[in-house]
Design a protein around this ligand. Structure first.
Ligand code: SF4
Ligand code: MG
Length: 338
C-alpha cells in the first residue's frame, strides 16, 4: 500500500538572474500517520523549500516543480491551486518559526483561529469561538476565554508560538509540517513546545515533519531522519541509526554541533569547516567534497562521480562513496570512540 505521504523525486528549481537555483533536486521519502520525520541540514540545504513545495506555498511563478507528492492517495503537484488550498488548512498545515509570518498583527488571536476554522467548517461564530477557546486551552494558554480576544503582540514569544500551533491544529490536520518551530525560543519554552507537538501528534495521529538545523531538536521526537545537503538527501535512516551509527561525513559534522552529545564524544568531533554550497553551482561529484575530511580517501572518485543515496545497510540510505563497512569503522574509530 502507498504511504500516507509519498514524495517521489521532488525537484524545485528557481530561475534567478544569476542562474537556476536547484533548491530541491530529486528528493524521495515516505511518511505514515503517527510518525515523525526530522529533515535536518544547514540553512540553504533545501529543507524549507521542500516543505513549501509539499504545501503548495512555493512561489509558483518563478519555480519549476516536478516529481510527485501523494497525500493520502491524492497527487498534489499536478493538482489545481484551488484543490491544494482546500487541502492546506483542512488536511495539512504548517507551523512557522516566526508566528507573525502566520498571524496578522491587526486581528485578535481568536478571530484568526475562528476564521481558520470556519473556512473548513460550516459553523456559526459562537461555535467557532468555543472551538478557538478550546484550542488555546489545549496548547496551554492560561485563561483562554480572556486571551482569545488579545492581539498577537499581547502574547509573549512562547505564548504566540502556542497560539499559532492552536491555529495550525484547529482543523485536526493529518499532516503537520513545523519549520524551525522552536529556534526563536529559549531552551525551557523550546522543550515545552516540542512536548506539545508530540502530545498533539499522539492525540490526532498526524504525520509530522520537523525541519531544523539542530539535530538536538529532533533527537527525542523523530522516528526517521533525513539529512539534506545541497538540495539532496545525503543520509536517511531511523533516528536511532542516525544518532548511534551515522555514516555520512556531513552527518558526523552535524552531530559535533549538538550540545546534547556527551562531552567526551563531542570533544573529539570535528565541526564542519567551510560554507554550504551555492545551489546555482554545486561542486562537481559529491557536492560535500570541498568540506569533507575524507575526500578522495583511498582513491575514491569524490570530485568527479556523484554518489547516490544507495541503501548502505538495510533501510539506511547514505550518499557517499566510502564503502558502508568502512564508514562504520571510521565512525567508530574517529568520531565516537568508546
Ligand atoms: Fe566525503 Fe567523498 Fe563521501 Fe562525499 S563521497 S562525503 S567527499 S568521502
Ligand atoms: Mg529555513
Amino acid at each position: 500500500a502507498q504511504a500516507f505521504l509519498d514524495v517521489r523525486d521532488l525537484r524545485i528549481h528557481f530561475k534567478t538572474d544569476d542562474g537556476v537555483v536547484k533548491a530541491v533536486d530529486g528528493l524521495t521519502f515516505q511518511l505514515e500517520r503517527g510518525e515523525t520525520l526530522g529533515i535536518v541540514g544547514e540553512s540553504g540545504s533545501g529543507k524549507s523549500v521542500t516543505s513549501l513545495g509539499i504545501l503548495g506555498l512555493h512561489r509558483r511563478g518563478s519555480a519549476k516543480i516536478s516529481g510527485e507528492v501523494w497525500l493520502d492517495g491524492e497527487e498534489l503537484i499536478g493538482a489545481s491551486p484551488e484543490r491544494v488550498r482546500t487541502l492546506r488548512g483542512a488536511k495539512m498545515s504548517m507551523i512557522f518559526q516566526d508566528p507573525l509570518t502566520a498571524m496578522h498583527p491587526y486581528y485578535t488571536v481568536g478571530k484568526q483561529i475562528i476564521e481558520a476554522y470556519r473556512v473548513h467548517h460550516k459553523v456559526g461564530k459562537a461555535d467557532a469561538r468555543r472551538r478557538a477557546v478550546e484550542m488555546l486551552d489545549r496548547v496551554g494558554i492560561p485563561q483562554p476565554q480572556k486571551r482569545v480576544d488579545d492581539y498577537p503582540h499581547q502574547f509573549s514569544g512562547g505564548m504566540r508560538q502556542r497560539a499559532m500551533i492552536a491555529m495550525s491544529l484547529v482543523n485536526n490536520p493529518q499532516l503537520l509540517i513545523a519549520d524551525e518551530p522552536t529556534t526563536a525560543l529559549d531552551v525551557t519554552v523550546q522543550a515545552q513546545i516540542l512536548d506539545l507537538i508530540r502530545d498533539l501528534q499522539a492525540e490526532y495521529n498526524s504525520a509530522v515533519i520537523i525541519i531544523t538545523h539542530d539535530l538536538g531538536v529532533v533527537a527525542e521526537l523523530a522516528d526517521d531522519i533525513l539529512v539534506m545537503y545541497g538540495g539532496k538527501a545525503v543520509e536517511h535512516a531511523s533516528a536511532q541509526d542516525v544518532f548511534r551509527r551515522p555514516e555520512h561525513p556531513y552527518a558526523w559534522g552535524l552531530l559535533s554541533s549538538m550540545p546534547r552529545v556527551d562531552r567526551e564524544v563531542r570533544d573529539r568531533l570535528v565541526p564542519i569547516k567551510g560554507n554550504p554550497p551555492s545551489l546555482i553551482n554545486l561542486p562537481s561529484g559529491c557536492s560535500f567534497h570541498p568540506r569533507c575530511p575524507y575526500v578522495e580517501r583511498n582513491g575514491i572518485p569524490c570530485k568527479t562521480v556523484e554518489p547516490t543515496l544507495a541503501e548502505g545497510t538495510a533501510e539506511h540510505g547514505v550518499a557517499c562513496h566510502i564503502p558502508p563497512a568502512e564508514r562504520l569503522a571510521i565512525f567508530k574509530s574517529d568520531i565516537a570512540p568508546s
